[in-house]
Design a binder for this molecule. Sequence first.
Ligand code: XMP
Length: 317
Amino acid sequence: DWTPASFIDETVSNLRNQLGNDKVVLGLSGGVDSSVAAMLLHKAVGPNLTCIFVDNGLLRKNEFSQVLESYKTLGLNVIGVDASQRFYSELKGVSDPEHKRKIIGRIFIEVFDEEAHKIKDVKWLGQGTIYPDVIESVSVNGPSATIKSHHNVGGLPEKMNLKVIEPLRLLFKDEVRRVGKELGLPGGILNRHPFPGPGLGIRILGEVTPEKVRLLQEADSIYIQGLREAGLYDKIWQAGAILLPVQSVGVMGDERTYEFVVALRAVTSTDGMTADWFHFPYEFLARISNEIINRVKGINRVVYDISSKPPATIEWE
Ligand code: XMP
């Protein structure tokens, strides 16, 4: 009988046999897959596991510091690397979505590789690949962890000359969550919505600038916080705000404004391959719209995306 506890026992003992005294490096994304993979490897090899968590400057508001703290609390040996400026400067002037993805993937690999090389005699690259990633391994767009998409884009293991170890290869998402729960991962990580590797970089349509990132982080944070307070977060597969590359006219007091438009997205889904837009109560939309417009200077209009997938996609880019 498969139980999270028996899976953990068996996996940890297999990992110990396979890894012996070898050193392992693993990239954490803040998502459930890489976090559970890290916890299993940590249980197996302890301090021989080094985790690397890269801030690409495209994460949600305060996410880097909060998630880094929870990883440390869990006892993981984690190195946090703030590479935001490097990502911003490479993204300057670039507005094509696939070009942005390539740049973000490439810089991620460079930063990860630099950090991994500082670990003496590292032999293995741990990855949070799960079963749906294995069967859809040609898809860059799967609802998967940071490493997988970047790996597909840029070839992380090939470049690094490391052997790959993937303890979650045979699990589905719900099983990963059960294993994570058994391992004591906090709910904030376990039940987190999927978040794309390129992050807010593909939710800022067109050119990404640090100012736009800050604007979107504020709007997104009001929205996600609102979902949690309304008890809606766990009913939704994935939600986020998108900064549109248009400005529109508004009025604030006696002043005419000319500011950005934010689109809110929320979908239900089982695997991210198809998705329906979420039917919010109007009162919720009204409250969030007011809060964003009143509190985020630079945004004067909020719209809600009522497109399902297909033919639309979950992300706008
Ligand atoms: P779409 O927009 O294709 O998204 O309906 C399906 C799922 O995949 C995520 N997504 C990505 N994840 N790198 C990732 O790691 C990417 O480039 C990427 N593009 C989309 C998206 O957030 C959704 O969960």
